[in-house]
Design a protein around this ligand. Structure first.
Ligand code: GLY
Length: 573
């Protein structure tokens, strides 16, 4: 071959190679948007895009939510899921219909109160966190099916499932965060899977790189069964059998019968008030609605905004309210289908005032003087929230989770989806903390068929009968305090949705008796003042990952995606 022919061939091959494999330059990600008609805010740009397209094709917010939930199960495996569960809070555009759907996981029939204890009655470390025994019976597909049956406008289930199938079958480019997550959890995936797992490379020494294509063929086949058979494509037949077979291989307890028996429940949403605004949030088995309303009730009679955003007085007041509310959470809250949760008493305004009557504006109350024992807390962010408003003003707030990052780290062999480790949200033993440092007792003890207590707080706020805000976040026990702060940032500190969502946050939860301040949340003088009042201040990295939507005074929608996570993306039109 002559030299110029050789060079030409080389150039051609290089160009062809470039054409085949364009370098991945990342997704286009917006953290804030103002739109006329509709907004979708989720943890991943591909999921937001899927939801937005459903809305543009004539779907309503529920149609978009179904498509987003399934797409997130593919593109955001750290928390998006079909093997987990969650909660929907819904309000129709005309305000005539408000609803709450509980598609939380359930303890399998074989589960029992002491299933995570050894012969001496001590909690066996990790048993409720990794592997087959950590999983509850998944609820997300039933959740999608129920909300579709009740509210879909498109009435085309297959259309809503198909985008997730395409993403799983053709693959998608993983972001830097996803590559890092998959690499970080490699050891856990290897340990907790009975069959080759799509999240670990064949050559296990190889790592995931940003922009690599992740193809999930088995997940695509499961999604096709869901597309073709609806909820039965998951809870009966091949998928249920694959779950049961996986459990047998790995020593787990979920049976095909547990799958068939799973049902989601439409519950009466929690309705509350704060400074002339109306709130709709999640009842038990989430602690979110009750705790949020208690917090708002305790601070409502204090004019904390006057003292300034993140002033010592503001942070002290909120921390003191949180101390009392999380003590109530540990004592009284669990699945109300199994335990008599005193819901009305807990949110009664007289009770709330009396509970806060010993608040001292100058001094921290030691948590030990309020209730309970000590423990070490850990925070995990790995749940996900999405907020959607459609052109009719229908609003959807959904928080959904596998619990910890990538759940139990166990993929159902042949079905390609990750199982949750939601059993850890039960109280394995009274007074012993779970993954989030939360403790509990009888109210949240394990019982077959019961749902573990959650902190998820999908919330919708209205004003004068009109939609005002849609908000929610992941973050374990920090969910409640993050939602609390975003709402008060807007109502009390007059922030717009973006500022309220992106503002630094702080968190406390009774025990451990510590006040967590996000890096940069306060200046040194404020920190010192809080310490002098008796708070044990600890610096934390990102608290929460909020996706939110506000209806502005001019009628336009403002959507925000949290800046704490790189991939969260808001879109609208
Ligand atoms: N798994 C976290 C929660 O439900 O609060």
């Amino acid at each position: 071959m002559r030299l110029n022919h050789y060079l030409f061939a080389l150039l051609f091959l290089t160009l062809a190679a470039c054409k085949q494999k364009p370098a991945f330059s990342g997704y286009s990600i917006q953290k804030s948007i103002v739109a006329d008609s509709a907004i979708v805010s989720t943890a991943h740009p591909l999921a937001s895009e899927v939801g937005l397209q459903v809305l543009k094709d004539g779907g309503n917010a529920i149609d978009a939510a179904v498509a987003v939930q399934l797409a997130l199960a593919v593109v955001y495996p750290v928390a998006g899921n079909i093997g987990g569960g969650g909660f929907l809070v819904y309000r129709s555009g005309d305000g005539q219909d408000v609803a709450a759907l509980d598609f939380r996981e359930k303890a399998p029939a074989k589960a029992h109160r002491d299933m995570y204890l050894d012969a001496e009655g001590n909690v066996i470390e990790g048993k409720s966190i990794e592997g087959h025994l950590a999983a509850g019976v998944p609820g997300s597909v039933e959740g999608c099916w129920q909300m579709y049956q009740k509210y879909s406008q498109l009435k085309d289930w297959k259309r809503l499932v198909q985008p997730a199938i395409d993403l799983a079958e053709k693959g998608f480019r993983i972001t830097e965060s996803e590559a890092n997550g998959l690499n970080e959890y490699k050891r856990g995936f290897i340990k907790n899977n009975t069959k080759a797992c799509v999240f670990v490379k064949k050559d296990t020494s190889e790592i995931w790189k940003t922009g690599e294509l992740l193809v999930q063929t088995e997940l695509a086949e499961t999604l096709k069964r869901i597309r073709d058979q609806g909820r039965d494509g998951f809870y009966r037949g091949k998928t249920a059998d694959l779950v049961a077979a996986e459990m047998q291989r790995g020593g787990g307890w979920i049976t095909a019968q547990d799958m068939t028996d799973y049902h989601a429940v439409w519950r009466k949403p929690m309705l509350g008030k704060y400074r002339g605004y109306d709130l709709i949030s999640m009842p038990p088995p989430s602690s979110g609605g009750i705790a949020l309303f208690q917090l708002l009730g305790m601070v409502e009679h204090h004019s904390f905004a006057k003292s300034g955003f993140h002033s010592p007085a503001h942070i002290h007041l909120f921390t003191e309210a949180e101390r009392r509310v999380y003590a109530d959470r540990a004592k009284h809250l669990g699945d109300a289908d199994f335990y008599s949760v005193p819901v009305a008493s807990l949110v009664d305004s007289q009770y709330i005032q009396q509970r806060f009557a010993n608040f001292d504006p100058n001094k921290a109350t030691p948590s030990s003087g309020i209730e309970g024992g000590e423990f070490t807390g850990k925070e995990s962010k790995q749940t996900t929230h999405y907020s959607i408003v459609d052109a009719e003003g229908n609003a959807v707030a959904i928080t959904t989770t596998l619990n910890a990052g990538y759940g139990a780290l166990t993929v159902v062999g042949g079905a390609g989806f990750l199982l949750n480790n939601e059993m850890d949200d039960f109280s394995a033993k009274p007074g012993v903390p779970n993954l989030y440092g939360a403790i509990g007792g009888d109210a949240n003890a394990i019982v077959p068929g019961k749902r573990p207590l959650s902190s998820m707080t999908p919330t919708i706020v209205t004003k004068d009968g009109k939609l005002f805000m849609v908000v929610g976040t992941p973050g374990g026990t920090t969910i409640i305090t993050s939602v609390f702060q975003v709402i008060t940032n807007v109502i009390d500190f007059d922030m717009d949705m973006t500022a309220a969502t992106h503002a630094k946050r702080f968190h406390s939860q009774w025990l451990p008796d510590e006040l967590y301040l996000e890096k940069g949340a306060t200046n040194e003088a404020t920190r010192k003042k809080l310490q002098s009042m008796g708070h044990k201040v600890v610096e934390w990295s990102g608290i929460g990952q909020v996706e939110s939507i506000l209806v502005r005074k001019d009628g336009k929608l403002e959507g925000a995606a949290d800046i704490r996570a790189k991939d969260d993306a808001v879109m609208g039109y």
